[in-house]
Design a protein around this ligand. Sequence first.
Ligand SMILES: [Fe+2]
Length: 316
Amino acid sequence: MTTPTSTTLAHVVESDGTAVLDVVAERREELRAQLVSQGALLLRGFDIGGVDGFDQVVRALAGEPLTYTERSSPRHAIKGRVYTSTDYPPEEEIFLHNENSYQAGWPLTLFFYCVTPPETLGATPLADIRTVYRELDPVVRGEFERRGWRLVRNFHPDFGTRWQDVFTTEDRDEVAEYCAANGIDVEWRGRDGLRTTAVRRAVHLRPGSDVPRWFNHATFFHVTTLPKDLREGLLAMFGEDELPANTFYGDGEPIPADVMDHLRTTYRAASTRFDYQRDDILVVDNMTAAHAREPFTGARRIAVAMAEAHKPEVTR
Ligand SMILES: [Fe+2]
């Protein structure tokens, strides 16, 4: 049998030679319970069998993988519904976030598969968002609970991600239809520009639990969370009003700099990390743990899949 070890980071399941699919089949309910209570599972030391084997583990634990829609980051499909992790410059950190928490719905379960480990750093740090909620200054928390948060995205025809790629269509009517169904206001601008605005709740409950979670992209998409060079470059190019993305309180008022600092500090204080080994599968409960990406060197290759779509009834 396998030997489970508990850490504060994730429930670790190490191979004793039993095939991974047999372990998942035998212990599915127990593993899913651990995933939800601890926020993550790490399957380590198994012979996964490449991307096809990974896809089978996803299906065995969480069912049919989801397609990646309303994109915020460049990824491409490796095979079927297994994607690359974000194609983002290796020297940059990707800040802690919960996948798609800026959308009206999101996956409950995320899978990361280490095809090739990085040489240095390159971990997927995790932060328990129940802890983030608890540790935030109640005044800051209360403000967001009352006002919600707002994401404004500006798509420019000749810069950055194109709206056609985000919404995976060339048809403006399809974009409008998708946005109307998902609580997003659209405004076509200039030659081929688009501004989208969405107001969401900052705090959510996970199905089956009444413990509140800090579940939003207010910190991730705020202009002050960007690395200094990038931030200054974007501000010089677009000014505050036309930034590719920025966040506000739900009513559109700016979030003060000290509040942003407090949010980032609280996330970081709650985060833990481990070094990837080849064939690791990290399973993350998206409504319990936020994830990030450290900068790295080397030919890091991490495949990603998402499963178990969830759409709460009230999002704003
Ligand atoms: Fe992510």
